[in-house]
Every structure is written in structure tokens, then in C-alpha cells.
Design a protein around this ligand. Structure first.
Ligand code: NAD
Ligand code: UDP
Length: 336
């Protein structure tokens, strides 16, 4: 079985390639390396001892994508390629609609042309907006506060329309909560360009001395310690959820959404303390203002993925922090 992984050199994509290869799948990666480097795929090969066929190609490049489908028999696609910075998306919304939405439409058109109708799509818990917690798949979606989140909502809707127009499609929408952590080899992990937007890479760069101080965005929320609550999930657990989803779409048709989270909420201070324990370092942080657009608290009800995909998160927050620190210390300057 051959799986096309768009965005396979990225953070979640690379960990998923490892799990796919370890499970015996052949993997073809399409990535334009906008937010990653080819070396990541060399490391995937090193971890697994297997080869990754790779194309430097933008998903908006129809001819390039058609070549990939002409040269390979693709059984299913896992679609990670996309831009993901919430703040940037509010400043450059058209770039986000062009890259994420248009790029996805081109991909789906090329898939249709080559009669490949099985796809796992990287969606996000952000599609739930302001629903009661824990989030369940049956809740309404789309009340989203930023263009990035809207691209995820729109792509989910497009895939829904596609299935309604042709019931041979088999589609899995994975709504990720907060992926963090790294492969335990320390060879691959989250390696954002520039100053990180997200909590975990920021914490680990403060711990290693690359950044002076972490600002906790808000200490006056109505939560147990005043800081925001999120559902943090180990990236390897998340990668394994893709294997379960692929197994499911290969044997069925339909469209289903699944929450991929731990089902537990941790505060920003919980994460800081777990990281201090894992790294043995005292973290320099201050409590600052709230960040615009942040919801106080959310976490997953992951029951549907547990029962229908037979997927369960394995790793706790201590292991997540240990693996992040291991990756950070082995790659103090990132992956080159
Ligand atoms: P990432 O930036 O590390 O990986 C995305 C990959 O896609 C990168 O390698 C990038 O170069 C590539 N890419 C981007 N646009 C492309 C294009 N037009 N053509 C070809 N390649 C392109 O991000 P990630 O954290 O691994 O996220 C993967 C997916 O999961 C994204 O769609 C993201 O929106 C979604 N997601 C991520 C999170 C998170 O917190 N990391 C949460 C929810 C959903
Ligand atoms: N956060 C923080 N300081 C930072 C980055 C993030 O306090 O420098 C908080 C943020 O307010 C949120 C949590 O950490 O409550 C997770 O934020 P992240 O950006 O990682 O993911 P999000 O929840 O926005 O998807």
C-alpha cells in the first residue's frame, strides 16, 4: 500500500511517515519545504531504515501533483500541507486561503482525476470555536475567530460536499488538539522558523537559553490557576491516530470527523512545571496580558476515536516534556 503524505517533511507529517514506514506502508512525500527542510526526511529514513520517495512540489502546482500520481499508484492520501500560524493568518488571509483552501482543491481534483478517493485530512479543534467543553464531534463547527481556523472549517465543508456528490469517497477529518513532544530518538521534532508562536517550542527555547523569558498569556482566567487549559497530545500518539484512520478509510467509504486529543486539560503552569521536572531547569517566566483570541479552556472528548478507530493516547505529559527536551538538547540550533 502506498500513501501520499502532503507536507510530510513538517512536524506532524514527519512523525506520521515514521509510523507508516514502521507499519509496512510505502510512503511518497510531497512538500515545498516552505516550513521544513529536506534533512527531516533523511532523518525519517535513519529512524526507520526505509526510504521515502519525495517530490519537492507545491500542492497548488497541478502538473507537479499529476506527475506524482502518474509515477506512483497512490492508495490513499494524508493531507498535512498547509500554513498554520494563527496570527499570520489574520495579517495575510489571502495567502492562507490561497495555500490551504485552493491548494486542497487542486489536490482533491488531481485525486479525482486519478480515481484516488481516500483521504485523511489534518483539521483542528479550532473548528469548534466557542462550544461547551469537552468538545464532541456532534457539536456545531465554524464559529471560528481567525482565517487559519476558517480554512480548516472550509476544507472540512468542501470534503463534505465532495462526499455528497460521490459516495465512493472515504474521508477522515482528524481534529487535532495541541500536538507537542518529539520522536524519542531526538532526531525529529518541532522546529519552527524564527520566534515560536506556540507554547512548547517557546518553553524549550527558553530552557536552552535561546530566548530570555516566557510570557504566560494571562493569569486571570476562570481556571484552576488562572492560566488557559488545553489538551496536549504527544505527536507520536497523534501520528499513530493517522495509521488507525488510514486503516479505516482503506476499508470503508463515508466521511467522519474524529477528535484526536488526550481528553485531559492541562494549564500553562502545569506544562511549565512538567517541563521543569523533565529538564531539571528552572524556567524564567512572567505572567503577562491575555493573547487576543485565546479561549480560556478546551479539551477533547476522544471517545469516538477510541471506539471507532481503536486509537488511544499512550503518553502522558511527563513523557511529552522529556521527549521535547531530548530533541531540543540534541538539536540546539534546529534541524539544518
Ligand atoms: P508544519 O508547518 O510543520 O508542516 C506543514 C508542511 O507542509 C511543511 O513541511 C510545509 O513546508 C508544507 N507545506 C505548506 N504549504 C505547502 C504547499 N502549498 N505545498 C506543499 N507543501 C506545503 O505543520 P504541522 O504542525 O506539521 O501541521 C501539519 C498540519 O496539521 C497542518 O495542516 C496544520 O494546519 C494542521 N494542524 C496543526 C496543529 C499544530 O498545532 N501543529 C494543530 C491542528 C492542525
Ligand atoms: N501560551 C503562552 N505563552 C506563549 C505561547 C502560548 O502562555 O508564549 C499559551 C496560550 O495562551 C495557550 C497555550 O499556551 O493558552 C497554548 O498555546 P499555543 O499557541 O501553543 O496553542 P493554541 O492553544 O493557541 O492552539
Amino acid at each position: 500500500m502506498t500513501i501520499l503524505v502532503t507536507g510530510g517533511a513538517g512536524y506532524i507529517g514527519s512523525h506520521t511517515c515514521v509510523e507508516l514506514l514502521n507499519d509496512g506502508y510505502d510512503v511518497v512525500v510531497v512538500d515545498n519545504y516552505y516550513n521544513s527542510v529536506p534533512e527531516v526526511l533523511n532523518r525519517v529514513e535513519k529512524i526507520t531504515g526505509k526510504t521515502v520517495k519525495r517530490y519537492e512540489c507545491d500542492i497548488r502546482d497541478r502538473e507537479g501533483l499529476e506527475k506524482v500520481f502518474e509515477e506512483n499508484t497512490i492508495d490513499a492520501v494524508i493531507h498535512f500541507a498547509g500554513l498554520k500560524a494563527v496570527g499570520e493568518s489574520t495579517k495575510l488571509p489571502l495567502l492562507y486561503y490561497q495555500n490551504n483552501v485552493y491548494g486542497s482543491v487542486v489536490l482533491f481534483e488531481v485525486m479525482s482525476k486519478f480515481d484516488c478517493k481516500k483521504i485523511v485530512f489534518s483539521s483542528s479543534a479550532t473548528v469548534y470555536g466557542n462550544n461547551p467543553i469537552p468538545y464532541k464531534e456532534t457539536m456545531p463547527t465554524g464559529d471560528v475567530s481567525n482565517p487559519y481556523g476558517r480554512t480548516k472549517h472550509f476544507i472540512e465543508q468542501i470534503l463534505g460536499d465532495l462526499y455528497r456528490s460521490d459516495d465512493q469517497w472515504s474521508i477522515s477529518l482528524l481534529r487535532y488538539f495541541n500536538p507537542i513532544g518529539a520522536h524519542e530518538s531526538g532526531l525529529i521534532g518541532e522546529d519552527p522558523n524564527g520566534i515560536p508562536n506556540n507554547l512548547m517550542p517557546y518553553i524549550s527555547r527558553v530552557a536552552i537559553g535561546k530566548l530570555p523569558q516566557l510570557t504566560v498569556f494571562g493569569g486571570d482566567y476562570d481556571t484552576k490557576d488562572g492560566t488557559c487549559i488545553r489538551d496536549y497530545i504527544h505527536v507520536v500518539d497523534l501520528a499513530k491516530a493517522h495509521l488507525c484512520a488510514v486503516a479505516k478509510i482503506l476499508e470503508t467509504t463515508g466521511i467522519e470527523a474524529y477528535n484526536i486529543g488526550n481528553g485531559k486539560g492541562y494549564s500553562v503552569l502545569d506544562i511549565i512545571h512538567a517541563f521543569e521536572k523533565a529538564s531539571g531547569k528552572k524556567l524564567n517566566y512572567v505572567i503577562g496580558d491575555r493573547r487576543e483570541g485565546d479561549l480560556p479552556a478546551y479539551y477533547a472528548d476522544a471517545e469516538k476515536a477510541n471506539t471507532e478507530l481503536n486509537w488511544h493516547a499512550e503518553y502522558d505529559i511527563d513523557k511529552i516534556c522529556e521527549d521535547t527536551w531530548n530533541f531540543q538538547t540534541k538539536n540546539p540550533d534546529g534541524i539544518k
